[in-house]
Ligand binder design. Structure first.
Ligand code: SF4
Length: 343
C-alpha cells in the first residue's frame, strides 16, 4: 500500500496510470490531500468506483496528536505527534504579527549530536517521508482551524540529512494544488552539511536558508557540534558566501548564546570579523536551559548588548523573540519527557 501523501503531483500521475486511471485524476486527488482529506471517501468529486479502487492500492497516512502544550501567554502550541510506526516527533505552531508559522521536524531523532540539543540525545530513529513532514502542517491546520503562512524546517532532525524527502516536501507545499505557499515563506535550517548547501543553492534558490552556527571559532564549535569535524567552520562560511553569491539571498546565522562560552567578547569579535561583508543576518538565541545538556544560556540583556555591538560592526542582528516560554520550548524536550514517562 502506498501513502499518497508522500507523492508529488508528477508521481501521483504515474500512480494513476499504473492503476489504469487518467493522469488528470492526480490533480484532483492531490488537491484533496492538501485540503486535509484523510480518507478517500471525503473526495466527493471522485466516483465511488474510483474511491474503492484507490482504497485497494493506497492510503492517506495520518499523524496522531499525542499531546499538545498551549502557551497561556502568546498562543504558541507545541505538538507531540505520533507516526504510524510508533515513533514520535514534535512540531510547534507560533503566532506572529505577520501570520502563523510552524516549525516542523524532518527526522525522528537526529544523528548530528549537537550538545545543546535534546533532540539528538537518543540518536536518529529514521528519516521522515515527504508526507510525514507535510502531515505536521495538515494536522495542525486542522487542529487549530488556522491557515499556516510560514514554515521553518527547524524542528527535530537535520533536514539536509534527509535531502531527497525534504525537496519533495518543498515541491508539494509550494504546488498551486498543494498548500500554494511561496518558497520565500519557507526557511530551512542546517547545522552545515556543505555539499547539500551547494545543491540547495542551485535547486531551491527561492527558499530561505538558515545555518546553525553558534560559534565562529572551530574549537568552540566542535565542542558543541560534532559536525564541525567533517565540515569545519571556515569551510562552512566559505560555502555560505558562495551561496549568497549564487542566489543573491541573505543567509541567516542562528547563534545560541551559551554563557561564558559563545557570548564572550572574543567570540563575538571573531564572529563579526568572519561575517564581514557577507549578505547575512545573525539571529541571537538566548539558550533555553535543557537540563540534560548542562549548558546555561546568557540572559536577554546580554543578548541585546551583543546585537547592538554586532550592528556597530556592520552585521545586522536581532534577538529571537521568546515564544512559548511557559512551555517546554527547546526542541526535543516534549518527546524526551514522553519517553521518560513510558520507561
Ligand atoms: S540542533 Fe538540529 S542538527 Fe543539532 S542535534 Fe539538534 S536537531 Fe540535530
Amino acid at each position: 500500500m502506498i501513502n499518497l501523501r508522500d507523492l508529488t503531483i508528477k508521481e501521483l500521475k504515474g500512480f494513476c496510470e499504473e492503476i489504469g486511471e487518467k493522469p488528470f485524476r492526480a490533480k484532483q486527488i492531490f488537491s484533496w490531500i492538501y485540503k486535509g482529506a484523510e480518507s478517500f471517501d471525503e473526495m466527493t468529486d471522485l466516483s465511488k468506483a474510483l474511491r474503492e479502487k484507490l482504497k485497494e492500492h493506497a492510503y492517506i497516512g495520518k499523524l496522531d496528536i499525542i499531546r499538545v502544550q498551549h502557551s497561556k501567554t502568546d498562543g504558541t502550541r507545541k505538538y507531540l505527534l505520533g507516526l504510524e510506526d510508533g515513533n514520535m516527533i514534535e512540531s510547534v505552531f507560533m503566532k506572529y504579527k505577520y501570520g502563523n508559522s510552524i516549525c516542523v521536524s524532518s527526522q525522528a531523532g537526529c544523528r548530528m549530536g549537537c550538545k545543546f540539543c535534546a533532540s539528538g540525545l537518543d540518536g536518529l530513529k529514521r528519516d521522515l517521508t515527504p508526507g510525514e513532514i507535510a502531515g505536521q502542517i495538515l494536522t495542525i491546520e486542522k487542529d487549530t482551524g488556522e491557515k499556516i503562512n510560514h514554515i521553518v524546517v527547524m524542528g527535530t532532525g537535520e533536514p539536509f540529512d534527509n535531502y531527497a524527502n525534504l525537496k519533495k516536501f518543498l515541491i508539494n507545499v509550494n504546488d498551486k494544488e498543494g498548500l500554494n505557499l511561496s518558497m520565500r515563506n519557507i526557511t530551512v535550517s542546517t547545522c552545515g552539511l556543505i555539499p547539500r548547501i551547494q545543491d540547495f543553492s542551485k535547486e531551491m534558490k527561492q527558499v530561505n536558508l538558515a545555518i546553525s552556527l553558534h560559534s565562529a571559532d572551530s574549537e568552540t564549535r566542535e565542542s558543541m557540534m560534532p559536525v564541525n569535524r567533517s565540515y569545519p567552520v571556515d569551510d562552512l562560511l566559505a560555502a555560505c558566501r558562495e551561496y549568497t553569491e549564487e542566489t543573491g539571498r541573505r543567509i541567516t546565522f542562528e547563534y545560541a548564546l551559551v554563557k561564558g562560552k559563545t557570548d564572550t567578547k572574543e567570540q563575538i569579535d571573531l564572529l563579526a570579523s568572519k561575517l564581514k561583508g557577507m549578505l547575512c543576518h545573525v539571529n541571537l538565541i538566548p539558550l533555553n536551559e535543557v537540563k540534560e545538556t548542562g549548558l546555561a544560556g546568557s540572559n536577554r540583556k546580554r543578548a541585546a548588548e551583543i546585537a547592538a555591538y554586532l550592528e556597530t560592526r556592520g552585521i545586522p542582528a536581532t534577538v529571537r523573540r521568546e515564544l512559548g516560554a511557559d512551555i517546554d520550548a527547546a526542541c526535543g524536550q516534549l518527546r524526551l519527557g514522553e519517553q521518560e514517562k513510558n520507561k
